[in-house]
Design a protein around this ligand. Structure first.
Ligand code: FAD
Length: 317
């Protein structure tokens, strides 16, 4: 079986769920081979989790300053791994960082690039949703090693325990003149909620929530379900909720098991970021709202009456 390289998303201690999903996608094309970029010791800490989800090889690309540079160490590591194993494809999560790494890698390899795949078949044909969700296309790379970014949530993680061989990739020293260096980190307080693209449940609020205070209702339902909070662009633009939680064409793409839309009309740009969710529940007081046509469970009603009842019901179980 050919190898399929998977760039590992991690926080130094823990492999993110998006990587386990990439492993499941990779298995459609060959044997998943994980590429870990981090400070020394990271690959050893993550190896067990990677092997449990089917990595047959763990390539460790480690250096003391790996976390200080944006994109370049990951691109260097993947390029080295491509040279070493001639993989059937390289898979990366379709996040802002992942798309940047993939784009740079494809340019270096002079290879084809597919962004934000929501499905992948065994012949390497990827399904993408394009033009703000208006069309679904199936595409295949015909030049070089396919570099494909996969939408978080599009694949189910599957345990596939085995032994992973450990390999070392010698990262070249970073060239400060040619790399963007991180000088300070600022992260929004996420509390105990899962990350938006990682969560299996997302509860989003729109303009119908009516204000920043109204988002309390959204947060309470998200917390009862153990989910993340999202927001429409109208809610973000109005200052109800911070931008990093925006779902949609110009926000994040999510594909959770359950997506609950509260007071969101269902503009095409919002649907572009959530329509591949497995089950969609929408609460809207306008029976003509487009989102109700897409929803698996459509509730016509006032979100301030419906959402607290849902929260109460879920909490009671
Ligand atoms: P509205 O369309 O105003 O809908 C509010 C809904 O709430 C209505 O359906 C109303 O019936 C309902 N409502 C009101 N009160 C209640 C209540 N008490 N209970 C229940 N329901 C209630 N949008 C995104 O979301 N994400 C994007 O990434 C994005 N990118 C864009 C990119 C471009 C280039 C453009 C042009 C637009 C983009 N938009 C995006 C904006 C998009 O077109 C819509 O304007 C936006 O999604 C509307 O947000 P909304 O549904 O919250 O607000």
């Amino acid at each position: 079986m050919p190898h399929v390289l998977v760039l590992v998303d991690h926080d130094g201690e823990r492999v993110h769920k998006s990587t386990h999903e990439l492993m499941a996608a990779a298995r459609r094309l060959g044997d998943p081979a994980a590429v870990v970029v981090g400070t020394p010791g990271t690959a050893a800490r993550l190896a067990e989790s990677l092997a449990r989800y089917g990595a047959t090889t763990v390539h460790a690309a480690e250096s003391t300053d790996a976390a200080e540079y944006l994109a370049t160490p990951a691109v260097d590591a993947l390029q080295l791994a491509v040279r070493e194993v001639s993989p059937a494809a390289v898979l990366v999560s379709a996040t802002a960082d992942g798309n940047e790494v993939a784009g740079r890698l494809a340019a270096r390899l002079d290879a084809g690039l597919l962004i934000d795949a929501v499905d992948l078949d065994s012949s390497g044909v990827a399904t993408q949703i394009v033009f703000g969700g208006s069309y679904t296309v199936r595409s295949q790379v015909t030049r070089g090693v396919p570099v494909i970014t996969v939408r978080p949530g599009a694949f189910e993680p599957e345990e596939h325990p085995g032994q992973a061989v450990r390999r070392t990739l010698a990262l070249p020293a970073a060239d400060p003149a040619a790399s963007a260096r991180v000088t300070a980190r600022r992260s929004a307080p996420a509390g105990d909620r899962p990350g938006l693209t990682e969560a299996s449940v997302v509860v989003s609020g729109g303009r119908g929530v009516g204000g920043a205070d109204g988002f309390k209702v959204v947060e309470e339902l998200a917390d009862a379900l153990g989910g993340a909070v999202g927001a429409s662009r109208a809610a973000v633009d109005a200052g109800y909720y911070p931008h990093q939680f925006q779902v949609g064409q110009t926000g994040k793409s999510v594909s959770p098991q359950l997506y609950v839309a509260l007071g969101i009309s269902g503009a095409i740009q919002h649907l572009a970021g959530m329509q591949t969710s497995k089950t969609i529940v929408a609460v809207n007081k306008d029976p003509e709202a487009p989102i109700l046509g897409l929803a698996d469970y459509a509730v016509v009603g006032d979100l301030f009456a419906v959402a607290p009842q849902l929260t109460q019901e879920v909490t009671a179980r």
